[in-house]
Design a binder for this molecule. Structure first.
Ligand SMILES: Nc1nc2c(c(=O)[nH]1)N[C@H]1C(S)=C(S)[C@@H](COP(=O)(O)OP(=O)(O)OC[C@H]3O[C@@H](n4cnc5c(=O)[nH]c(N)nc54)[C@H](O)[C@@H]3O)O[C@H]1N2
Ligand SMILES: Nc1nc2c(c(=O)[nH]1)N[C@H]1C(S)=C(S)[C@@H](COP(=O)(O)OP(=O)(O)OC[C@H]3O[C@@H](n4cnc5c(=O)[nH]c(N)nc54)[C@H](O)[C@@H]3O)O[C@H]1N2
Ligand code: SF4
Ligand SMILES: [Mo]
Length: 697
């Protein structure tokens, strides 16, 4: 009889980590389902279901590879793991000796599965860990730190019970998390209203009770006007504000000039609609969510836009309310202490390359500022950086201006990529270390914080198909070879997990039945009168922040209209498509590539006609020094100043035969945007492109 079993684990096709049930027959994956115990019968997105296709795809790195030609030339030799790890450790040791440990930096894709790499970089004494968030969520993260003292992901959103959800370009039905999308569908079915604001109409707009086509880069103006109405008309939650919010009077003075009538002139949203939105939200509060956004690397004023979003939530008392923002409960809140390797390593003391915590005191060092890496390498400021390890991170596909990034990488003595794909960065590296896929490895236990905290485990479902290794092995080996093996005191992942769970009363077998260890039967609520915890100096929500102002950063800045776009140019805006993950994670997977292999350029019908462009025509999209041809898609429902394309195409790695050379790379158009803004994000939509028709032969 065939040997069929089900392994509960966690999807790894994107960063959302949906719980999965992997059906394995005779050692091969039969199918991947949503974990019925945790997803309640709801299933995975297309990418999650394509996990099997990814696993059985051969166009991914199959063994450690050392570069033999020039960087990026694609000339490699196969080496053993010991050779590859010896090569890396020898060079890292040389660099550490000559320049100090800070000359080595490491980045990853963030999230809870980061203990091994963070422990490694800290154990060798380098403070230079950063993640991908300069081109994702830095501004919202730093905004929440400035207001609540906590990272953005210390709260979650109770969509299911929400009555009024306001989304600013949070393209929730395409830029997916399955549970989140399902909860919002449930919310709408239960009579909740979703308000969607974007510079273009998309699938999320299609589901909204109201859609506002806003002028780009003016959401901050909209919010100043919403706040103006809420404070002047006394619509805020007086008890909550009196107890938990500081800065109301200053805020009131600040927003006085920003009336709905004024905002109409900036945002192109009708003043009466703005007033209505403020009243509707106040009426539904506190079951209200002004969603602060997920990918918030848009422009220079993002930090202030996100601060106003949190301010709106604070004014309406949406914190720790059913249907509002939930302060996450952790295992510690129920007396469970999960051990982590990172907690055992002394924190490196030196200055960071990106100035987080020193020059940029308000920007959290836990995520860092990846956009400053090229400048630091090239300028050797504050010191030389000679080695860079990209772990599950592809800056050459996800940061703006990869050509500028490469110029800096050329100056390194060592560039290593640890990936499951031939990413753009991997292909440019000196050494590619192939990690086992998420289906082939077990990771450490993680906590999922929320109303009911739980423990989760990603578990190996099948044997590795190729000569790959899991992260717990890779970093342990490197640490041993660099003389800091004491911070990795385990020989197997099971041994590490047993150590993590020591003292909790749980064992690894407790994950067998449902894939999860529930730590609380009941939702845990803090007492809104006295039990909320904010990590600010005042212990309250600091709308006006003495910490920021002490660092000479205003709590709010006057709204400034963006400079007029030069005639003939458009602002380039990007987003995700539901069937792909970011830059290179899924674009070469056959069944997903068949669905979407490239993007068209969305352009406003009126503007296109002025250019003589019809739907389906080929156009040239360009910035100085880079131009590509792309098919135009005409739509009335995109702002006249904007053109749009999907993120993540224009693959330059020829061995990825399905995605190679398909579509246009948005990041290559985003020239000159490796910039730092006050929130720590790159201003990705401050990208202005020319569009011209291609003459038909
Ligand atoms: N299928 C899929 N799902 C994903 C991901 C994926 O790669 N693929 N990635 C995940 C990750 S890591 C993230 S961070 C999230 C990101 O999810 P989102 O936060 O939704 O971010 P984007 O997908 O970048 O979409 C940004 C939207 O903002 C709009 N926009 C641009 N400028 C403005 C403006 O000035 N004002 C307003 N109001 N709107 C504007 C754009 O038109 C676009 O619709 O998605 C997650 N989900
Ligand atoms: N222009 C533009 N730029 C953007 C965006 C945009 O919408 N437009 N989106 C931004 C957003 S929201 C984000 S979050 C970033 C994301 O940027 P990245 O973090 O660079 O992108 P990802 O695709 O999530 O994954 C990075 C790498 O991890 C690899 N990987 C996947 N699974 C594993 C694994 O299990 N182990 C290992 N070792 N590697 C793995 C993938 O193959 C990929 O090469 O990009 C940002 N950049
Ligand atoms: S959203 Fe889709 S790809 Fe991402 S973890 Fe969930 S099922 Fe996997
Ligand atoms: Mo992201």
């Amino acid at each position: 009889m065939a040997n069929v079993k089900t392994i509960y684990s966690m999807c790894g096709m994107c960063t959302v980590r949906c719980p999965i049930a992997v059906e394995v027959k005779d050692g091969s994956i039969k199918h991947i389902w949503g974990n019925p115990h945790l997803l309640g019968g709801f299933n995975l997105c297309a990418r999650g279901a394509a996990g099997k296709a990814f696993e059985y795809d051969d166009e991914r790195p199959q063994y450690p590879m050392l570069r033999v030609g020039n960087r990026g030339s694609g000339q490699w030799k196969r080496v053993s793991w010991q050779e590859a790890l010896d090569y890396i450790a020898t060079r890292l040791n040389e660099i550490k000796h000559q320049y100090g440990p800070q000359a080595i930096c490491l980045s990853d894709r963030g999230g809870p599965h980061t203990d091994f790499q963070k422990t490694f970089i800290a154990s060798i004494g380098s403070p230079n860990y950063f993640n991908h968030h300069a081109s994702c969520s830095n501004s919202v993260h730093n905004a929440h730190i400035s207001i609540a003292g906590h990272a953005r992901n210390t709260v979650s959103y109770d969509y299911k019970h929400c009555k009024y959800l306001v989304l600013y370009g949070r393209n929730l039905f395409e830029s997916l998390g399955t549970t989140e999308a399902k909860d919002v569908i449930d919310m709408i079915a239960a009579g909740g209203r979703m308000i969607y604001i974007d510079v273009r109409y998309n699938y999320t707009a299609a589901k909204a009770a109201r859609f506002f086509l806003i002028r780009p880069a003016t959401d901050y103006a909209l919010n100043l006007a919403l706040i103006n109405v809420i404070v002047n008309e006394g619509l805020y939650d007086r008890d909550f504000v009196a107890r938990w919010v500081i800065g109301l009077d200053e805020l009131k003075r600040f927003v006085a000039p920003y009336t709905p009538q004024w905002a109409q002139g900036e945002t192109e949203i009708n003043a009466a609609e703005i007033t209505t939105m403020a009243y509707e939200a106040a009426k539904a509060s506190p079951a209200v969510l002004f969603h602060p956004g997920w990918m918030t690397a848009w422009g220079s004023n993002d930090f202030y836009l996100r601060r106003t979003i949190y301010t709106l939530n604070a004014l309406l008392g949406n914190y720790e309310a059913r249907g509002g923002i939930i302060i996450n409960k952790t295992p510690a809140d129920v007396g469970v202490r999960l051990k982590s390797l990172l907690a055992e390593v002394p924190r490196p003391v030196g200055e960071r390359f990106d100035g987080c915590g020193t020059i940029h005191k308000h920007l959290g060092a836990q995520w860092g500022l990846g956009q400053l890496l090229p400048e630091a390498i090239l300028g050797e400021t504050p010191y030389p950086i000679k080695a860079y390890i990209a772990m599950r991170h592809d800056p050459l596909a996800s940061m703006p201006d990869p050509e500028a990034f490469k110029t800096a990488l050329d100056r390194l003595d060592l560039l290593v990529s640890i990936d499951v794909n031939y990413s753009e960065t991997a292909w440019y590296s000196d050494c590619i270390l192939p990690e086992c896929t998420f289906l082939e490895r077990t990771d450490h236990v993680i906590a999922q914080n929320g109303l009911k905290p739980r423990l989760l485990l990603r578990r190996q479902a099948v044997k590795p198909r190729f000569d790959s290794r899991p992260r717990w092995y890779i970093f342990r080996e490197l640490a041993h070879k660099m003389g800091v093996g004491q911070y990795f005191p385990y020989d197997s992942i099971e041994e590490l997990i047993a150590w993590q769970l020591e003292g909790t009363g749980f064992t690894i077998e407790d994950f067998d039945h449902t894939g999860c260890i529930e730590l609380s039967d009941q939702p845990l609520w803090f007492d809104r009168a006295n039990g909320l915890r904010f990590n600010t100096p005042s212990g309250r929500l600091e709308i006006i922040s003495p910490t920021l102002e002490g660092a000479s950063i205003a709590s709010f800045i006057p709204f400034e209209r963006a400079e007029a776009i030069p005639a003939g140019l458009f602002r380039l805006v990007t987003s995700k498509v539901a069937v792909h993950t970011q830059g290179r994670t899924t674009s070469n997977i056959a069944i997903l590539n068949e669905l979407v292999a490239e993007s068209r350029l969305w352009i406003n019908t009126g503007r296109a006609r002025e250019l003589g462009v019809a739907d389906g025509d080929e156009v040239e999209v360009s910035v100085e020094g880079f131009s590509r041809r792309i098919t135009a898609r005409l739509t009335d429902l995109i702002h006249v100043e904007v053109v749009f394309m999907l993120h993540g195409f224009g693959d330059s790695v020829a061995v990825r035969t399905r995605s190679f050379n398909r579509g246009v790379s948005d990041v290559r158009l985003q020239k000159g945007l490796l910039k730092l803004t006050v929130g720590g994000n790159c201003p990705l939509t401050e990208c202005f492109v020319a569009v011209r028709p291609v003459k038909k032969e």
